[in-house]
Write a protein that binds this ligand. Structure first.
Ligand code: CP
Length: 314
């Protein structure tokens, strides 16, 4: 089957076969990252613009690295020194980037729907690097890739996502990705942040941390997304930590083989104890490294590459 998408906007719209194509392509590119020469010519001559209008460390740098590993030229848009500060609209900014002959835009924006909007008005491919509380597709793909490295096939595996689900684009993309891959997903946290209606997405909702952790193969922690919450959803951060923070005692409820994940940025001592974040069962930094390979795959495929044509020669 060939890859037919120009844009990557959501996981929700992807078929299982398309997810497999991305993960398979990422596996081929992952090998390059451990070589001394970490570069292939796949996107030589192409220019990719990272249009990040919301803060980012991991995603922006991973897209930057991924483009460079594919030999593309990369321009990282600096919002604070751009004409957006003079009132230029997203539409005008993006159309000017296209007029400057960019070949692809990777966008992060606080407004849900921004990547879809750009994909409808531009001729070049658009990749969603996180839009509001909507989706963060490449995060879910790198999470699935990392889980498969540890657990193999995810069908029937029990994945517990713990924390601020309501405001999390990472949770939404992971719910779509993991359920498509056959995993059994349980969302856990306070009822205000994990409302029951999430069950409509084919997942379980629980407010009982102990039972949710007991049979989990993976616990994925999410930070409290203060930047998106419009009112307080729990009395205080201290109370959140005392009820739902992953500490040594609660980690002992997990199976010894269960892995701990977090998309970052982590708030040490809030959703996770510092020692656990650095422990041998934490795969948080593996997620970051795998994020380069997954983004290489997404850039390569959206630029018109085909999974079966991946070449890893320099
Ligand atoms: N996981 C993630 O999106 O991290 P950044 O906000 O640093 O990109």
């Amino acid at each position: 089957m060939s890859w037919n998408r120009k844009h990557l906007i959501t996981i929700e719209e992807l078929s299982v076969a398309e997810i497999e194509q991305i993960l398979g392509t990422a596996a081929a590119f992952r090998k390059i990252l451990s070589r001394s020469v970490k570069k292939v010519p796949a996107l030589r001559g192409k220019t990719i613009v990272n249009l990040f209008l919301e803060p980012s460390t991991r995603t922006r740098m991973a897209f930057d690295m991924a483009a460079k590993r594919l030999s593309a030229d990369v321009i990282s848009f600096d919002a604070s020194s751009s004409s957006t500060t003079k009132g230029e609209t997203l539409r005008d900014t993006a159309q000017n980037i296209q007029a400057l002959n960019a070949d692809m835009i990777v966008i992060r924006h606080a407004a849900a729907g921004s990547p879809l909007y750009l994909s409808r008005i531009l001729d070049i491919p658009v990749v969603n690097a996180g839009d509001g509380a909507h989706e963060h597709p490449t995060q879910a793909l790198l999470d699935a890739y990392t889980m498969r490295e540890h657990l193999g096939n995810l069908r029937g595996k029990k994945i517990c996502i713990l924390g601020d689900i309501l405001f999390s684009r990472v949770a939404r993309s992971n719910i779509h990705c993991l359920t498509k891959l056959g995993a059994n997903v349980t969302l856990v946290g306070p009822a205000t942040l994990v409302p029951h209606w999430f069950t409509e997405l084919g997942v379980n909702v629980s407010h009982d941390l102990k039972s949710a952790l007991a049979d989990a193969d993976v616990v994925m922690l999410l930070r409290i997304q203060h930047e998106r919450q419009t009112s307080s959803h729990f009395p205080s951060l201290g109370e959140y930590t005392s009820m739902f923070g992953l500490n040594k005692t609660r980690a002992s409820w997990l199976s010894p083989k269960a892995i701990i994940m977090h998309p970052g940025p982590i708030n040490r001592g809030v959703e996770i104890d510092s020692d656990l974040a650095d422990s041998s069962r934490s795969v948080i930094l593996e997620q970051v490294t795998n994020g380069i390979a997954v983004r290489m795959a997404v850039l390569y495929l959206c630029a018109g590459g085909q999974p079966e044509s991946v070449t890893t020669t320099e």
